[in-house]
Design a protein around this ligand. Structure first.
Ligand code: SF4
Length: 478
């Protein structure tokens, strides 16, 4: 536990990749000696403390630099290590309390690994010298608040936002008008859409995959393929999407940051276009903590989902790679993101989702929701933030096949809470439990389909693809 931060320090500080000269090394050591105990600094080389309410986000085991993942437990603990608080929940709470919440909207860069473990104070001193020490002092003493902010930012924005990133808190509308996919076209036309998912196979045999795609294709606008959900290896999303495209079904290509580097992401997006895949959903992905052993690295992911959106949006709309190089033929896709309205708190989640929309999200697919009344608060918050008119929302609906499935979701899937009344209904249904699961889904769809801001549903069947036809027909969404 360090002085000004609400949690304990988990990971050790980073070391620089190469040996620095004596001066920078001494400065780095001094910086760590002060910032370590006070803020739990890990020496990431790109200090964001001012944007994160003076709590270092690098304690997050996923290395999230743009807000919480969807796995916060109901007690607001980190699902990767339940013995400590979710550091991002603490950041959001303090930011709200101290009036710094709008700072949470700035899209922050991934780490520059050549700077990790080195000092940042040197960067600040050099920037102050550039601006002029006297100008910097005078500007900060000005009575005019905007002058003070401008002077401060002339130093600190340059330090935290490298030119290759140039993140901001603004909304960037897509730089095209004609819909790129059928999903986008239908949403633009005001249709209430149905998305569903087909579970990727655990082996290389495609027969079941093909069968399931054919089964749901007539009833859904798009089919999602998860990217090794629960950190459990399955057939890649790209391969499944290609199979779906060949069968004339429109896929949503889910890419999890967990298994993707910045280089891999850009390559995957360009590659997807070659297969005619037009919808990409950016997610951070479940921690390897919930996957099978031996456990993969729990310490860090290279990029988070907000950064993925920012990179892909700029590739498409500005025709540039992450490093700023120009692309000759930029890829085209409709960009989506996942959201978990009830992870942490709907008000906090709305801030995070606002940021995703600014970064490039054009549609949301939510995690499973059971309480239709509960999403009202989240939708209201998005509306207050003027976000509802910039993004399409597909609410996640679960089709529970059995009490066991409901219990498993509640106990083991990060970010999903099955209310007690639903668990009781499923348990009491006995051998009619699958029928009860269908009724729960149908009641839920009726309750949400006319809500302002809801543009469709995302049916999560968890391997029960055969139920899609019935749900779509009986809910009147055919
Ligand atoms: S719950 Fe998610 S965001 Fe929060 S500390 Fe854990 S991994 Fe990070």
């Amino acid at each position: 536990m360090s002085g000004l931060k609400p949690s304990r320090r988990w990971q050790p500080a980073f070391y620089p990749f190469k040996k620095e000269k004596f001066g920078p090394r001494l400065l780095a050591r001094t910086e760590l000696l002060i910032k370590g105990p006070v803020w739990g600094c890990r020496m990431c080389g790109n200090c964001l403390l001012q944007e994160t309410a003076f709590i270092c986000p690098m304690e997050c085991p996923k290395g999230m630099r743009n807000g919480p993942c969807g796995g916060v437990t109901p007690e607001k603990n980190c699902y990767v290590d339940e013995t400590r608080k979710c550091i991002w929940y603490a950041i959001y709470k303090r930011a709200l309390k101290t009036g710094r919440e709008e700072k949470l909207l700035e899209v922050l860069p991934p780490l520059d690994w050549s700077k990790v473990g080195t000092e940042t104070w040197g960067d600040v001193f050099r920037q102050v010298r550039k601006v002029g020490a006297l100008n910097f002092i005078k500007g900060n003493l000005s009575k005019d608040k905007s002058k003070r902010t401008e002077t401060w930012e002339s130093v600190f924005r340059t330090v935290r936002q490298p030119v290759w990133w140039n993140g901001d808190s603004e909304y960037h509308p897509p730089a095209y008008t004609e819909p790129v996919s059928d999903l986008e076209k239908k949403l633009k036309n005001g249709e209430f859409v149905v998305a569903t998912e087909v579970t990727p196979p655990l082996s290389s045999a495609p027969a079941k995959l093909i069968h399931d795609i054919e089964l749901v294709k007539p009833y859904a606008t798009v089919i999602n393929f998860t990217d090794s959900s629960s950190a459990n290896p399955k057939m890649s999303g790209l391969a499944c999407c290609k199979v779906a495209s060949d069968l004339k079904a429109e896929p949503v290509y889910q890419i999890a940051a967990r298994d993707t580097t910045r280089t891999g992401l850009q390559g995957a997006a360009i590659g997807a276009c070659q297969f005619g895949i037009k919808n990409i959903l950016c997610i951070t992905g479940d921690s390897p903590r919930v996957g099978p052993s031996p456990t993969a690295d729990l310490n860090f992911v290279d990029i988070d989902s907000v950064q993925m959106l920012w990179i892909l949006r700029r590739m498409r709309d500005e025709g540039i790679y992450l490093d700023g190089r120009k692309m000759k033929y930029p890829p085209k896709y409709f960009l989506g993101a996942a959201t978990s309205p009830f992870a942490s708190d709907p008000v906090l989640q709305a801030i995070r989702d606002h940021k995703k929309v600014n970064a490039g999200a054009q549609f949301f697919q939510t995690n499973i929701v059971f309480e239709h009344g509960g999403i009202d608060l989240w939708l209201e918050e998005l509306d207050k933030r003027n976000v509802l008119n910039k993004v399409y929302i597909l609410i996640g609906v679960a089709t529970l096949k059995s009490y066991k499935v409901a219990r498993y979701l509640h106990d083991h899937v990060p970010g999903v809470n099955v209310p007690e009344r639903i668990l009781r209904r499923m348990e009491k249904a006995g051998d009619k439990e699958s029928e009860e699961g269908v009724q729960i889904a149908l009641e839920f769809i009726q309750a949400i389909k006319n809500k302002k801001g809801v543009n469709g549903i995302h049916l999560m069947t968890m391997g029960w693809e055969a139920v899609v036809e019935r749900i779509v027909k009986e809910s009147g969404l055919m």
